[in-house]
Ligand binder design. Structure first.
Ligand SMILES: Nc1nc2c(c(=O)[nH]1)N[C@H]1C(S)=C(S)[C@@H](COP(=O)(O)OP(=O)(O)OC[C@H]3O[C@@H](n4cnc5c(=O)[nH]c(N)nc54)[C@H](O)[C@@H]3O)O[C@H]1N2
Ligand SMILES: Nc1nc2c(c(=O)[nH]1)N[C@H]1C(S)=C(S)[C@@H](COP(=O)(O)OP(=O)(O)OC[C@H]3O[C@@H](n4cnc5c(=O)[nH]c(N)nc54)[C@H](O)[C@@H]3O)O[C@H]1N2
Ligand code: SF4
Ligand SMILES: [Mo]
Length: 677
């Protein structure tokens, strides 16, 4: 019998089945309707990849589980005794199941008593989350099911290359594409932009000016929905004061997008009956990313889209459990249920569920990059679950130095990632199809992933690792359950009454096939596929327009570094590549790093197609093969970040942070392009 499950990779969480072999096949499920991308199709190869870890490693040597666990518990206790509880830090991931994310946050706060925990979602959707909370009072990536998009006549996609990052998603845009209603904002002419009626290609890092310009045009041309603004929003006047200064020709000077194209984009959106505005990392991973998303939300609000049936605003969550991963407390400032760790009522509620005193819970810790940057000087030990920071964190040479400065690094993974290689102890854990758990997809829908195959001998689940360590650290055995359903039951209680309320979601209901989107406060509640239809989540029910202004990238091109570099993804590889670089079909398709360059720009640097280029910034340099792409802007180069060693795009990225979300500026820095002689 094929077992139904979901893909190990991105937030679309396509439905699939696994049958013995193991063989993966697509399955009818609303988000993918029988489709899969190449990564999904080849995902079964992950299950018996030759490099699979099956024994704990201590200093690179195989060890027994007992020895490895004892050793870790002892070292953590020593470091805590010597330097205090914050000497141990924890780094989680948005690919972890809800159960793991929840238990990891609890482990940090209760078993270790440390405030020093954050996770890779900080590098992912944090700017959109911050902007969503500011505007709407709650952060759920898509406040509507993906299938609603099928009725859209127009979609504005900003910094999202879904044709490569979520291929089965594109079918939901079919009507908008056919109606000439797809507008794409991306400095590159991507596979997604190719399908657009209007493609706006701003200089990287100038989206905020562009969003203000489109708002200006919408107001000037009378497309603003005044009735909606007065009923459902506050803050239009202040917002308009800023946008009024951004007339189209001024915006053209800053962004490079012609005034005519700005007007065409607004015309497409404003003549549609049903329209959506969607953002992704291209507009979010900036030092002003939160404000950029706020500016796009302002545009959507001015057009009267959010919370209107058949229209809306949303952000595309990235990782498999990117949504759930940011709700259950692995974030530095957070407790389960999307609660704030510095809110006395939240502390009291969660402490009671955990059976501890509220005063015993630590306060907020540092954001992901700040945490990594402080390693060695601050925390002396780091435990990593579900991230490969040696490749994916910004300014990665510096991050590698910080990792090396630690007294003790522990990594749980199922492959020897570039981060695991550096670890003092590696725990070999089960992966995706070998274990159970729930994931919350990009539409806030909670999905059950049942165990489909038997794990190889020698591996344990992340939940078992946390359990074993917590007992060794003196915790009562029942406080860290190993059964995922037991963990979920506790998570439900901890989330009850919070913004992300899972109290009414049970394994039983999920097994019965119910489509449950949070909030779902009790077992008779049908879940909430569409938020905001009647009101937004602020106390007065109204959305906030935030008056934000263009700041531009933190680092502008100059004589030494005359080009803008941006980074992102290709279809065949996932994130740091720890998983997909181990799949032969995917590495055959894209074996190594490359840099997309306009042929004229390449020529000026004495480079041609296939040559190895050195791309350098103030942080470092990366080696990549030149791909001449006539559709590129001549002032911009693009690098995927999936490759290790001296091909790491993050050797050059700028770790400057957004002041609100603490998101690093992955999407733009100043670089120089040279031939390697
Ligand atoms: N194949 C594949 N799919 C994935 C992933 C993967 O690693 N590989 N990862 C998953 C995850 S975690 C995430 S977060 C999502 C990310 O999904 P996306 O956000 O779609 O992916 P990116 O390639 O990071 O960025 C999207 C686009 O932003 C553009 N961009 C760069 N700078 C700017 C700018 O200043 N303004 C604008 N408007 N656009 C800009 C880039 O050219 C790029 O085409 O994908 C998910 N799906
Ligand atoms: N330059 C640049 N850098 C970027 C980005 C960019 O656009 N440009 N994007 C950023 C974004 S959006 C993201 S999401 C990050 C992602 O970057 P990473 O956090 O490095 O993500 P992955 O490569 O998915 O790493 C996950 C690791 O955990 C392991 N793993 C997977 N599932 C589990 C599990 O259940 N348990 C355990 N213990 N391990 C598991 C995998 O094998 C892998 O080694 O990268 C960020 N970095
Ligand atoms: S789109 Fe995402 S979830 Fe679907 S098959 Fe591809 S990687 Fe998996
Ligand atoms: Mo992401």
């Amino acid at each position: 019998m094929p077992t139904p499950t979901h893909c190990p990779y991105c937030a679309l969480q396509c439905g699939m089945t696994i049958k013995p072999g193991p063989v993966v096949e697509p399955r009818e499920f609303p988000v993918n309707r029988g489709g899969l991308c190449q990564k999904g199709w080849t995902s079964a190869a992950l299950l018996n990849t030759p490099g699979r870890l099956t024994t704990p490693l201590v200093k690179g040597e195989p060890a027994s589980w007992e020895d490895a666990l004892d050793h870790v518990a002892q070292r953590l206790q020593e470091l805590r005794a010597e330097h205090g509880p914050d000497a141990v830090a924890v780094f989680g991931g948005g690919g972890l199941t809800n159960e793991k994310a929840y238990l990891l946050g609890k482990f940090a706060r209760v078993a270790l008593g440390t405030s020093q925990i954050d996770y890779n979602g900080r590098f992912c959707m944090s700017s959109a989350a911050a902007a969503g909370i500011r505007a709407f009072g709650v952060d759920r990536g898509l406040p509507f099911p993906v299938t609603d998009l099928a009725n859209a006549d127009a979609v504005l996609l900003i910094g999202a290359n879904v044709a490569e990052t979520m291929p089965p998603f594109v079918q939901h845009l079919r009507r908008a594409i056919d109606a000439g209603g797809l507008v794409v904002v991306d400095p590159r002419r991507t596979a997604t932009a190719e399908q657009a009626a209007v493609h706006l290609a701003p200089t990287p890092g100038t989206d905020l000016a562009l969003a203000l310009g489109l708002l200006h045009v919408a107001v000037a041309e009378g497309h603003v929905d005044k009735d909606y603004l007065s009923r459902r929003t506050v803050g239009f006047e202040e917002t308009w004061e800023v946008a009024a200064r951004w007339w189209p020709e001024q915006v053209e000077r800053v962004t490079g997008v012609s005034a005519a194209d700005q007007r065409r984009a607004v015309a497409v959106l404003s003549r549609a009956d049903n329209a959506y505005v969607l953002t992704a990392r291209g507009t979010e991973q900036h030092a002003s990313g939160s404000d950029m998303v706020s500016a796009w939300i302002n545009l959507a609000l001015a057009l009267g889209l959010p919370g209107r049936s058949g229209s809306g605003f949303g952000c595309l969550t990235g990782q498999g459990n990117g949504q759930g991963g940011r709700e259950h407390g692995q974030k530095a400032d957070q407790l389960p249920g999307y609660r704030k760790i510095d809110d006395p009522a939240a502390r009291e509620h969660v402490a009671e569920v955990w059976g501890v005193e509220p005063e015993s819970l630590p306060g907020p810790g540092k954001s992901a990059y700040e945490l990594l940057d402080s390693l060695g000087a601050g925390p002396r030990a780091l435990m990593v679950f579900g991230s490969n920071v040696a490749v994916s964190a910004p300014r990665s040479a510096h991050v590698a130095e910080r990792l090396a400065a630690l007294d003790f690094l522990v990594v749980a993974d199922f492959v020897l990632s570039e981060t695991a290689v550096l670890a003092d102890v590696v725990f070999p854990v089960t992966q995706w199809a070998e274990e159970g758990g729930t994931m919350t997809n990009l539409e806030g829908r909670v999905l059950l992933r049942g165990r489909a195959v038997t794990p190889p001998p020698g591996v344990r689940t992340d939940l078992e690792v946390l359990h074993e360590l917590s007992v060794r650290l003196g915790q009562p055995a029942e406080r860290f359950p190993v059964d995922e359903e037991a963990v979920f039951s506790e998570l439900r209680k901890a989330s009850a009454g919070g913004a992300a309320d899972y109290a009414g979601i049970s394994y039983e209901r999920l097994r019965a096939g119910e489509a449950l989107h949070w909030p779902c406060p009790d077992e008779t509640h049908p879940g909430t596929p569409r938020l905001f239809l009647d009101r937004f989540a602020h106390a007065d029910g109204k959305a906030r327009m935030i008056a934000v202004d263009h700041r531009g990238p933190a680092e502008l091109p100059d004589d030494d570094y005359p080009l803008s570099a941006t980074t992102g993804r290709v279809l065949q590889h996932y994130q740091s590549g720890a998983q997909t670089r181990r799949i032969p079909e995917l590495t055959a398709a894209v074996p190594e790093a490359f840099v997309e360059v306009h042929p004229d720009t390449a020529g000026r640097a004495g480079l041609g197609e296939g040559d190895v280029a050195r791309v350098s910034s103030r942080r470092g340099e990366v080696l990549a093969k030149v791909r001449c792409v006539p559709g590129m802007r001549t002032d911009t180069v693009f690098l995927p970040f999936h490759f290790p060693g001296d091909q790491r795009a993050n050797l050059i990225t700028n770790p400057v942070l957004d002041p609100i979300s603490r998101m690093p500026e992955f999407k733009v820095c100043a670089v120089r392009l040279e031939a390697v002689t």
